[in-house]
Write a protein that binds this ligand. Sequence first.
Ligand code: NAP
Length: 301
Amino acid sequence: MQRLNLSPSLEISRIIYGMWRLDSDQNKSTNHINNKINLCLNQGITTFDQAAVYGGYSSEALFGKVIKSNSSLRNKLEIVSKCGIINPSDRYPNVSNSYYDTSREHLIESVEFSLKNLCTDYLDLLLIHRQDPLMNHFETGDALDALIESGKVKEVGVSNFRPHDYSLLQSAMKNKLVTNQIEISLAATQGFTNGDIAYHQERSTNLMAWSPLGGGSLMTDEGILGKTLSKIAEMHDVDKSAVAAAWIMAHPAKICPIIGTNNLDRISKIADAMKVKMNKELWFELYIAAHQAKKEKWRLP
Ligand code: NAP
């Protein structure tokens, strides 16, 4: 598995395992989650994506039980978590409507909550989960800097930010935002032309791609895109999921896909992305098929 430096002190695996769907796995036992983590580690996937809000604020605790049960595990992992979403829940019993909160108070409270549930005393990376229209960038930036200074988080970044919002927050910070986690896949190609990816290339920040298999839709597609994925998968003797991930990783921005399967057999199949030689011709064949699948026009200039 390739590795990538998001900053001089934070190295992550090129493929990340995301835990958004942990809560919907039929088997949520500590033993099963431990097996899942070990399968990832065996593939060289050492970076795990979490969020305070996942599983109705319960997912980090499921992961934390595994960390607690194995004292040598924490040093082998990079843990990413996110904050900033308030949903009506047991955790927020007085809240009736969802909202975003990027205040200092919420950021600090959310990090404390994540650390306690994850049974760790630091996060390798904290992200603001979504762009908050009410963000006071001075307050949010200062709180992120303070969290780094406290040692509770090693690095900070954002998720689902457009370039102008990224730039606004960065302008109020001493530390560098190290990543933006956005949706990128053959089912979500807008970032390649709307400036989202180019912005980060210009600043030498690496992106993380959520839902790299389109949340599974690319795997069940029986149209032109599914057929093209199958054809290229056959050529390389790998699963279609490996081709979909390799397509993202072939981009010079060095984008890191965050995979979300709960199926233990599928983890190694996706990690086979490393075996796929995604040359320009194949990349464009898939890109054009993705446009055709959406009945969008795409032409070589
Ligand atoms: P994904 O890898 O695109 O999709 C995973 C889904 O695809 C699972 O339901 C999986 O089902 C299904 N799938 C995988 N291979 C399949 C196959 N061969 N055939 C049929 N279905 C298949 O990613 P994701 O789970 O949507 O998202 C990945 C991670 O990104 C999340 O865990 C989270 O960490 C992150 N994320 C972040 C944000 C954000 O706002 N920052 C938003 C969404 C997600 P099985 O479990 O049955 O394999």
